[in-house]
Ligand binder design. Sequence first.
Ligand code: UDP
Length: 321
Amino acid sequence: MKVLVTGGAGFIGGVTGRALQAAGHEIAVFDDFSTGHDWACQGMRVYRGDIRDRSALDKAFGEFLPDAAMHFAAKAVVPESVSNPGLYYDVNVVGSLRLLEAMRVAGCRKIVFSSSAAVYGTPAITPIDEESRQHPINPYGRTKKQFEEALEDARPADGLSYACLRYFNACGAAPEWGLGEVREHETHLVPLVIRAAATGKPFTIWGTDYETRDGTCVRDYVDVRDLADAHVLALERLRPGEGGAYNLGSGQGTTVREVVSSVGRVMGKKVPFVDGPRRAGDPASLVASCSKARRYLGWTPGRSLDDSIRAVAEFLRSRGG
Ligand code: UDP
């Protein structure tokens, strides 16, 4: 298939672009490079543009004539969505609606959308399945939920088929493709712990008094290459007029302290840290039930957290970090 990958210069979009190519699909990247990187899509056909810009979208659809879109382009920093919600609604909702409109006009009827576990908010029960109550607790999660709803409305009206993939905590890297997470202001746990191990500079554990097995938050860390595999499967299994949402996690809960010991063990280094207060808005535990993705997509997340840590360490070494 010909696939237009919005946000294909970013972390998950970049790895998925390579995985699509490896599976025999032809891709073009559409990205504004606000947080993406040129090196992430070297050798690929690239359209430089903002998803809010209909004429840029029309040009890409008109020239490349994709059969499907994979939509990663988004603003994705939760605290920023709280301080600047207008930007999040503009890019994640308005921009995504422009993409949908450009698809409709171009006759492109398939989309795989990067959604998030943030659509659930603070769950009453874990593991979380796709039928769990959706009550996002921040603007970021609300924007993802709103576009999921727009897709479901467009499905019968436009004959659209879609898959919304709700990621839990993405981590890891694809050093074999020279790809990994590089952000100006890193806030995610796994890269921060690896950096602390590499530099000897401590990171802060946000909250040690949660009702969990060691007092720190439990999250479900899923490897980016497993996520990429799920995107390829979701695309290949889209049926005309059908839509669905799938949780993508490992199904395993890991505490912050357990991440610290895994990084220490895998890297053979002591990880310096300090215990800090809770971070606003952090639920104690978020773990996915992935049985729907296993059943319907035939997806098996096979990489462990140790595999992800090894991949990040290798990626950072290859960049001289
Ligand atoms: N965390 C931490 N120190 C940090 C960054 C994150 O203790 O410097 C914790 C955070 O409180 C959460 C978990 O690590 O419980 C995962 O946070 P991250 O920001 O990576 O992802 P989130 O679950 O918020 O999407």
